[in-house]
Design a protein around this ligand. Sequence first.
Ligand SMILES: *Cc1c(COP(=O)(O)O)cnc(C)c1O
Length: 368
Amino acid sequence: MSIQFGPEYVRAIAPYQGGKPIAEVAREFGLDEAKIIKLASNENPLGMPESARVAMQAAVADIGRYPDANGFDLKAAIMAKYDVPADWITLGNGSNDILELATHAFVQPGQAAMYSEFSFVVYGLATQAAGARAIVVPSKDFGHDLPAMAAAITEDTRLIFIANPNNPTGTFLPSADIAAFLQRVPPNVVVVLDEAYNEYLPPELQFDAIAWVRQYPNLLVSRTMSKAYGLAGLRIGFGIAQPAVTDLLNRIRQPFNVNSLAQAAAIAALNDKPFLQRSAQVNTEGYAQLTEAFEALKLTYVPSFGNFVMVKVGDDDGAGARVNLALLKQGIIVRPVGNYGLPQWLRVTIGLPHENAAFISALKALLG
Ligand SMILES: *Cc1c(COP(=O)(O)O)cnc(C)c1O
């Protein structure tokens, strides 16, 4: 018998399955990399902002040195944008880092973390890695059922994750629902409000989650530079919470968890309003393009508030995997969501018009 290393709860973790990299699909299916279309990881189809490229190129000169461990300049940019003090900010190697730091800081084996069914897969992974128990609350209409989540809080619950908009379903919780929920959460339970797709919300749906951070010492708002800001490859995100929470996150993070190129690029991107506007515009138009096609094909989709749409591609539990494979063979990478318990659905990231069109025409040939 071979030796088994590590605790049982680590061995039980199923590794994260990301969107397939373009190079891997090219190798596997014998395709030309240049012709492959990737709509699988909710990346910005415009790529990185030019302002960030310039800032990063300037920062390359200093790459022989360690980054600023406290991210002074980047925190200054976040302070200016969100009107919070420096000791309310935690920088992360992607916002994924923030989610993991929160889990390790606030939950220990024997305690519980809570999240919704059909919510971001990393919540479950982080909970397992901490050896904690997961309380998974059944979803309502593909989104969070906040009253049910409040009712499911136990003595040993220490952390609750909420994604708004949610990934992979794209659902959105109005501010009144979240406000009512926060009132019901005991003060010793930390709530992570993960707003990875906030920048894609139309202005009338945007709300000031930082105002709740001022009100609730147990609220941590998480933001990423990977989606609308177009910096996924650099790995940069941040959390905003009052000092009691922020201090603990900063104690357990790696001292240099955010590299210097990411810090420089993030400052430029945070201040690049035209790029953000263009990204939102491309997204709005692409959403219309995709959903009109789904309607023409009589396919069910979940109305989305992010930069992706979940569409039902068949009635049998093999449908998602089958259509996904057929698309891969044509060089179109989308995301099957069987691992979320949604085997009849695919999640497609909103791309540039020609990318959306290629996906639509392949889908039409397969299902039309
Ligand atoms: C993409 C995503 C993130 C994290 O992205 P990072 O690249 O790690 O910043 C966090 N939460 C949700 C819901 C996401 O979809």
